[in-house]
Ligand binder design. Structure first.
Ligand code: PCA
Length: 322
């Protein structure tokens, strides 16, 4: 009897859902469905919908399937997608403030990344607001290291190599170390490796795992140079069109997703690193020389950023360093 009742309930629910769902949103993301960011988003969606009384139907479109990663911000701004996930630093050509979390060796631990986010949140919120969007929450990627098909003990080993970049900072690093940068979204990394278009790149163990890079790439240097953040952003008009209950449901689910996501990123990083080893990769600390050379790159980039980012940037740096 209970099973029958449940069945009737779910049929009724299934039939009645579309009629009650007063917001149907599309949510493009750039990363695969099993990535920890995407899993976190799926929980965010489920919680927001539940708290809104099943009135928010948000459909996730992962791995650049609806919009490519670099198109998502504009799609949300223009309302082609109501909500989406982006990597903030991917847009630092628009405004240097978007790139603060991707300056090498400015913030290299979860604790410092959180401190930097606290120091930069207001300025970054303002920038999205000026563009007609609202930032709902951020979650960092695990610390960024160097993946390479060949062993690397100094910057000399990287010179002239095909270097995959995912934001302006990773392109700039390539220039500074004399590699050849080519921008490739995460969703296309495995393919680029398979065709030999990429020999070396910086990213997290998470993306290394997602892209099964061990098929071509044998070395990972755990440099921990920065923790770039993804942000979930919403079109402000779409948000304003919701009822108060729905808005509150989204904000509450977003706050929970931010907390959960930061923890998940840190906890899963160890697991991701283990998977690299298990799949035959050498996971090592960088040599002292490589570390020193990359630190120099970081110093140059901090100086460049300080200049480009003006008074707001100075403010962020001084608050962060306090
Ligand atoms: N993965 C994403 C961004 C940073 C990361 O760890 C990528 O490689 O595109």
């Amino acid at each position: 009897m209970k099973a029958f009742k449940n069945l009737v309930c779910s049929i009724l629910l299934a039939v009645s859902l579309p009629a009650f769902a007063d917001a149907k949103w599309d949510m493009p993301t750039g990363y695969p469905i099993s990535n920890f960011h995407t899993e976190n988003i799926q929980r965010f969606i489920a919680e927001a919908d539940k708290a809104a009384g099943r009135k928010l139907k948000i459909t996730i479109h992962p791995a650049g399937s609806l919009f490519k990663a670099n198109e998502i911000k504009r799609a949300v701004q223009g309302g082609q997608a109501q909500i989406g996930e982006i990597i903030i630093s991917g847009f630092s050509n628009e405004d240097p403030l978007y790139g603060v979390d991707s300056i090498p060796f400015l913030a290299t631990s979860y604790q410092d990344a959180a401190k930097l986010w606290k120091a930069s949140k207001e300025a970054i919120d303002q920038r999205f607001a000026r563009q007609g969007m609202k930032l709902l929450y951020t979650v960092p990627w695990p610390p960024q290291g160097i993946f390479s098909t060949k062993p690397i003990s100094s910057v000399d080993n990287i010179k002239g190599k095909k270097w995959r970049a995912y934001n302006p900072q990773t392109s700039r690093i390539a220039e500074l170390v004399g590699a050849q940068p080519v921008t490739i979204p995460a969703a296309e990394l495995a393919q680029a490796l398979a065709t030999g278009a990429v020999e070396v790149f910086m990213t997290s163990a998470a993306t290394g795992y997602d892209s099964k890079v061990w098929e071509q790439v044998k070395y990972y240097y755990d440099v921990r140079a920065w923790l770039p953040k993804n942000a979930v952003i919403v079109n402000q008009q779409a948000f304003d069109a919701l009822s108060k209950t729905e808005q509150e449901a989204i904000l509450k689910a977003a706050a929970a997703a931010e907390q959960r996501g930061w923890k998940l990123s840190e906890e899963k990083n160890t697991w991701y690193l283990d998977q690299l080893t298990k799949n035959g990769m050498k996971v090592e600390m960088p040599s002292p020389q490589l570390t020193a050379e990359f630190r120099k790159v970081g110093d140059i980039m901090i100086a460049e950023w300080s200049k480009q980012s003006g008074a707001d940037g100075q403010q962020v740096l001084s608050t962060y360093r306090k």
